[in-house]
Design a protein around this ligand. Structure first.
Ligand code: ARG
Length: 459
């Protein structure tokens, strides 16, 4: 009856089918098969190394595990909820082929340390995948920055026109955010890359295992020191999903901007046809669905983080079955961010700015007002008085429906005699932009060296 169950010995009755359906994880943890086999092969080699298996037994196990992997990859492996999870499936397939030798593989380990080892191996790779996608996104942003090197657009605060910025300055803002995303991942990877296998169920084992041997085999940096901690530790899952959430939020903010910029009202950018869709009723529509879904799917990632946070809340040491619920949230957050990044990078590469449209409207909205105020400061006017004076000039412009550069020269002399002859140098967007000089600003010279530095860094 329960001969297929690895824990069937102490049971006399069959498991209720509804319990099998309720408790299974094979439907989602089968994607851990590669990591499970890799860790089992390392474990078998270690068992031979310490004399718990013979060299021949270990070799047989390693070989049959490779066969099982090939079978899974050919799509010929069959799954059943009766075997609960990927760990049990692979062990049972091994036993079916190797009999008693297969029955020795689980020596000195538990599914509790096995599952976390698999998830760590998987997460380590997932971090590397996301990092590569972030790098491609950064390169796409940089390429577009280069293509619009001298283009000036309005910068916004409160989504109201504020000050002029260079397009490359805009793109490098996201390059910086994604650089922090990558740094966070690299930091998270350090805590992922600690070997959990060998802590067994919760307290360790009385068998003479060699964890250092397994560490080297699997490329972990160090060996987890407390067995009780390990089987309950999902910190690294939460940490990774938090990192993914922040990436998703960065993408969502950018997507929102570009959705607006692609409207007839803004008309700043032309999105590539291949990344837009049409309407089934309105023939003229070109909708930014990919951007909308990048924005929308960020909700799944934030939800995964919330789910994981609630999942671990109040869990006592050590393993609790609740922890099985970590994987779907982890996988979904990864899949969502991975796909979003891939599409985002392609979309950035394919988008061009409508230079004429932007140029025709750049002089509205007083983008030069703040630089004018700072110019007054340079002439010795106290900052607060300069702010007040420019505010009054704006009021005059509003009344006359004109720009600051259209005001009569005497207007400026009223603030400080002699100003009229000098303001021409800072009025208008081009002058305002050229006036910037602080480190990290949108000053053309600053942006130029930042561009060079990023080219070097992202080579
Ligand atoms: N399916 C379980 C999970 O994914 C594996 C560990 C089960 N351990 C146990 N003692 N029931 O978390």
């Amino acid at each position: 009856m329960s001969q297929q169950k690895t824990w069937g010995g102490r049971f006399t009755g069959e498991t209720d089918n509804r319990v099998e359906l309720f408790t299974e994880s094979i439907s989602f943890d089968q994607r851990l098969y590669r990591e499970d086999i890799l860790a089992s092969q390392a474990h078998a080699r270690m068992l031979a190394h310490v004399g718990l298996l013979t060299a021949d037994e270990a070799q047989a196990i390693v070989g049959v595990l490779a066969d099982i992997q090939a079978e899974i990859e050919r799509g010929e492996f069959s799954y059943s909820v009766k075997l609960e999870d990927i760990h049990t499936h692979i062990e049972q397939a091994l036993i079916k082929r190797l009999g008693d030798i297969g029955r020795k593989l689980h020596t000195g380990r538990s599914r509790n340390d096995q599952v976390i080892t698999d998830v760590k191996l998987w997460t380590r790779n997932a971090i590397d995948v996301i990092d590569a996608r972030l790098l491609e996104m950064q390169r796409a942003l940089l390429a577009n920055a280069e293509a619009h090197r001298d283009l000036v657009i309005p910068g916004y605060t409160h989504f109201q026109r504020a000050q002029p910025v260079l397009v490359p300055h805009y793109f490098l803002a996201y390059v910086e955010k994604h650089q922090r995303d990558r740094q966070r991942l690299a930091d998270c990877r350090k805590r992922v890359n600690v070997l959990s296998l060998g802590t067994a169920a919760l307290a360790g084992t009385s068998l003479p295992i060699d964890r250092e041997f397994v560490r080297k085999e699997l490329g972990f940096d160090s060996v987890a020191a407390n067995s009780l901690d390990v089987s309950s530790d999902r910190d690294f899952v939460l940490e990774f999903v938090f990192d993914l959430s922040l990436i998703a939020l960065h993408l969502a903010g950018w997507a929102e901007e570009w959705i607006l910029w692609s409207t007839t009202e803004f008309n700043f950018i032309d999105l590539p046809d291949a990344f837009c869709t049409g309407s089934s009723i309105m023939p003229h529509k070109k909708n930014p669905d990919v951007l909308e879904l990048i924005r929308g799917k960020s909700a799944r990632v934030a939800a995964a983080l919330t789910q994981l946070t609630l999942l671990v809340k109040g869990l006592p040491l050590a393993y609790n079955r609740d922890l099985q619920e970590d994987k779907e949230a982890l996988f979904d957050a990864f899949d969502t961010v991975s796909a979003s990044l891939e599409l985002a990078a392609a979309l950035v590469r394919g988008t061009t700015f409508r230079r004429e449209v932007i140029a025709s409207r750049i002089e509205t909205g007083y983008l030069d007002a703040t630089t004018l105020m700072e110019f007054f400061v340079k002439q010795g006017v106290p900052l607060r008085s300069a702010h007040e004076a420019v505010g009054k000039l704006i009021r005059q412009c509003e009344e006359r429906r004109c720009r600051l550069s259209d005001l009569a020269p005497e207007t400026f002399d009223a603030i400080q005699p002699g100003l009229s002859g000098k303001v021409g140098a800072v009025l208008g967007v081009a002058n305002a932009l050229a006036a910037f000089q602080s480190y990290g600003s949108t000053a053309p010279a600053q942006v130029a060296w930042q561009l060079d530095a990023w080219h070097e860094r992202l080579k």
